[in-house]
Design a protein around this ligand. Structure first.
Ligand code: PEP
Ligand code: MN
Length: 337
């Protein structure tokens, strides 16, 4: 369905031309005549409706496409940007969340070295997986509760907020004791029971895009969380699977612009998983900020060559510095603070 909102100054003739066009396309309409303006609800073939260029008609103030099932996450429902407050650190509405750290927590030493390095360079969140959803069962699976304890300690020591992944709804209470933000990974984006469980919590959630998820499916996944009462959701574009093999994924920066149009929720970008190549993280991070992202998630490891996971896409602290310089410069160029 599409809603055409006529301007208060639209004439009967303007309206007639709109009605004629709709009928000519084989569509139907409902009129709602308000005191100030007339609203035309167009129904019929979805494809034809989405191709309608009604904004070009005189007297049309704006058009709104209502094809989606999600409501609470939509801009129509809430026009102003949501700012997620993570225990005093804000993300969205102009506030950047810079989440950096190793792919996986490997040891206290490795984690603390990473945390101090990213904190010194301007990150405000420490990322690190304690439960790793690995493609192969023979790969390092994470340090579990021990890893959570290390994250909490490193967060406390550096003043960084902790982001870590939850893969099992039964671990919600446990992880909530250690984490400031619950990460839902790409592989679990449509784990609806997990989405509902974090929705019943009030902990902020970082919802990564599924590797084959459309933007609509992703926003519907977020709707699951909001519909349970948790409005503290940050989206994260992390690349989607395409035919390209040079990169691990294809980073879809257009999703940032799309989400900004469709939703009020903050969206950050993960150029590490998005490309799988550390060399590409810096340019893609810069581009993400240029596109209007509300932050970044970046894998940083003190010694990427010996990382237990995702070493190829992890930055050294020195390279992370360069990213942060770019972020600052880009923010300045764009007049963003
Ligand atoms: C991660 O952030 O460590 C991770 C596993 O990412 P994704 O779910 O995007 O693959
Ligand atoms: Mn990783």
């Amino acid at each position: 369905m599409m809603i055409i909102i006529m301007s208060p100054t639209a004439t009967m003739e303007n309206l007639k031309k709109v009605q004629d066009k709709i009928l000519k396309e084989g569509l139907r309409y409902h009129l709602s005549k308000g005191e100030l303006r007339t609203i035309v609800g167009v129904i019929g073939d979805k494809k034809i409706i989405s191709g309608l260029q009604m904004k070009a008609f005189d007297g049309v103030e704006k058009t709104v496409q209502i094809t989606e099932k999600y409501k609470l996450v939509s801009r129509e429902f809430k026009p102003e940007d949501t700012i997620v407050n993570v225990d005093g650190v804000l993300v969205g509405g102009g506030h950047l969340g810079i989440m950096a750290g190793p792919c996986a927590v490997e040891s206290m030493e490795q984690l603390l070295e990473s945390a101090e390095a990213v904190k010194a360079r301007g990150a405000n969140f420490l990322r690190g997986g304690a439960f790793k959803p690995r493609t192969s069962p023979y790969d390092f699976q994470g340090l579990a509760t021990e890893g959570l304890e290390m994250l909490k300690a490193a967060g406390a020591q550096t003043g960084l907020k902790v982001v870590t992944e939850i893969v099992d709804m039964n671990a919600l209470d446990l992880i909530s004791q250690y984490a400031d933000v619950l990460q839902i990974g790409a592989r679990n984006m449509q784990n609806f029971e997990l989405l509902k469980a974090v929705g019943r919590s009030q902990k902020p959630v970082l919802l990564k895009r599924g590797m084959s998820a459309t933007i609509s499916e992703w926003l519907n996944a977020a709707e699951y969380i909001l519909s349970e009462g948790n409005y503290n959701v940050i989206l994260c574009e992390r690349g989607i699977r395409t035919y390209e093999t040079f990169t691990r994924n294809t980073l879809d920066l257009s999703a940032v612009a799309a989400v900004k149009e469709l939703s009020h929720l903050p969206i950050i970008v993960d150029p590490s998983h998005g490309t799988g190549r550390w060399q590409m993280v810096r340019p893609m991070a810069r581009a993400a900020i240029a596109t209007g992202a509300d932050g970044l998630m970046i894998e940083v490891h003190p010694h990427p060559e010996i990382a237990l996971s995702d070493g190829d896409q992890s930055l050294t602290p020195e390279n992370f510095s360069l990213v942060m310089e770019d972020v600052q410069n880009m923010m300045q160029v764009m007049g963003r603070d």
